[in-house]
Design a protein around this ligand. Structure first.
Ligand code: UDP
Length: 477
């Protein structure tokens, strides 16, 4: 398929620790893997060629793997070919950079643009920008200052992280923020130029995540109960604060006497192994202390294709992290037609509409969560109404196709800026600048000769409106 009015581009996606081929749900495999996978596939469908460079973490991986039409994964040898925690990878980044350069030379690959993911790949992208003269678009997925703020001494990031991030912010051509809160962080904490930060919210695969009948979903996962079920899906890390959810479920059970169950999906292994996932051990001890061990089901991690049934088995989904750069799991639950109760932080405060698609609660507040759980579970009509509104919101505003179209428009803007002569164009010359319209205005993406109307708008506060203009691309002069 043609790449709209942009010529087909050759794009290098750098993602040192997060490969699309990794199994999700473990310590270092989550939303970034999904983002790299979905955006690269969609760009491939639009006619672009994408090479995803990721670190070789097993000896038997091929150097290149055809991953999807137009998309290859390139396994870069840097450090030992086995899993290493991402916080140990920083010293390997010069080798990662050099191997990418060698690969590009060997293949005769001339990349039009580099898309950096996370801070370490952002550093490599900056190095390649200098070496190859290629523009860089950078997305951090999470920032060091926010992590330090929330995790303090428990933050295991290398000490260089924040300085390196600050340099990246200054150097790259554009930054992608996944929600207005992240945009504000980049501007306020890192001094980013607001004009160079584009908000492109991430998304969910609405075909893979769909509303499933509750009883059918429970049958599929072997959950034998008619009672209320609260579902959590995500990595099992202290900052995700599943402990808060466990405490809230204990309060709920005590206050209401409901036979409520908590389904907790995630971990390093397919079984809930407290040795492999210490946080599961902590949570199991907590459930025992609170007398609700029989109400909480830890499943271990599940693959994306299985998750619809897990979300669908729940009456309501919860996620109450201390902070969340974006948060794909609330969107997945919404796509499955389930209301979400989430902490009012980061991307969750943007994706979940308080009172419409679920509720926002303060983090670290089990009572507030328990009260909202009680409210939703006591009122099936409210639960169903919110679930329908959640699905509608996702369909309108959070699809990967829209993310890829806006990303493509951003690439177009960056490339047009580079190509523009230093002298002012004559008044007769057409303006060939592609513009990626940011959140806060109508969701319209302008290519040189084309406009894309998503059919809905999102305000900075996350409100959706429908200007009534249909969703397809159209020619304009
Ligand atoms: N995930 C999964 N299996 C699991 C747990 C999580 O596939 O057992 C996926 C989940 O569906 C989501 C991603 O991992 O797509 C987590 O992304 P999110 O943005 O919610 O959080 P992150 O892990 O990036 O902090």
């Amino acid at each position: 398929m043609a790449a709209g009015h942009l010529p087909p581009l050759r794009i290098a996606f750098l993602s040192e620790h997060a490969s699309p081929a990794a199994l999700l749900g473990g310590q270092d495999a989550g939303g970034q893997n999904v983002y790299v996978d979905e955006v690269s596939r969609a760009l491939g469908r639009m006619g672009h060629a994408v090479d995803i460079f990721t670190r070789r973490d097993a000896p038997d991986l091929p150097e290149t793997l055809d991953w999807a039409p137009g998309v290859r994964i390139v396994h870069v040898s840097a450090g030992p070919p086995r899993f290493l925690p991402k916080d140990d990878l920083w010293p390997l980044m010069p080798a990662f950079r050099d191997e990418i350069l060698r690969f590009a030379v060997r293949e005769g690959a001339r990349y039009d643009l580099i898309h950096g993911n996370f801070w370490m790949s952002g550093w490599v992208a900056g190095e390649l920008r200098r070496a190859l003269g290629v523009p860089v678009v950078q997305i951090f997925h999470a920032t060091g200052i926010t992590k330090r703020r929330h995790q303090g001494a428990a933050d295991t990031s290398p000490p260089e992280r924040i300085r390196v991030e600050t340099d990246i912010v200054r150097q790259v051509d554009r930054l992608i923020a996944q929600c207005p809160a992240e945009q504000a962080e980049l501007v306020d904490d890192y001094g980013a130029d607001p004009a160079r930060v584009v908000v492109i919210p991430s998304a969910v695969d609405t075909a893979q995540f769909f509303p499933m009948d509750r009883a059918e979903a429970r049958r599929r996962i072997g959950l034998d109960t008619d009672g209320p079920v609260v579902v959590y899906v995500g990595r099992m890390l202290p900052r995700k604060d599943v402990r808060n959810v466990v405490r809230a479920v204990a309060l709920l059970a005590r206050w209401t006497g409901l036979p409520v169950r908590l389904l907790a999906v995630g971990g390093e292994k397919e079984e809930p192994d407290p040795e492999a996932t210490p946080e599961i051990g902590v949570l199991q001890r907590l459930t025992a202390e609170l007398g609700i061990a029989d109400r909480v089901i830890f499943t271990g991690k599940r693959q994306p294709g299985e998750l619809t049934a897990y979300y669908g088995a729940g009456d309501v989904a919860v996620t109450t992290p201390w902070y969340e750069p974006f948060g794909l799991t609330p969107l997945e639950a919404m796509a499955c037609g389930r209301p979400v109760i989430g902490s009012a932080v980061g991307g969750i405060a943007f994706t979940v509409r308080h009172g419409e698609t679920g509720f926002l609660v303060p983090p670290r507040d089990p009572e507030a969560l328990a009260r909202r759980l009680a409210e939703v579970l006591a009122d099936p009509a409210l639960r169903d109404r919110m679930g329908r509104a959640a699905r509608a919101r996702v369909e309108c505003a959070f699809t990967w196709q829209t993310v890829a179209e806006r990303t493509q428009a951003l690439y177009g803007a960056v490339l047009a800026e580079r190509a523009r002569p230093a002298v002012a164009p004559s008044p007769a010359a057409p303006d060939l600048t592609a513009r990626a319209t940011m959140v806060g205005e109508e969701v319209v993406t302008e290519f040189p000769l084309i406009r894309y109307h998503s059919g809905c708008c999102i305000s900075p506060s996350g409100d959706l409106t429908h200007p009534g203009r249909g969703g397809l691309e159209e020619e304009h002069s």
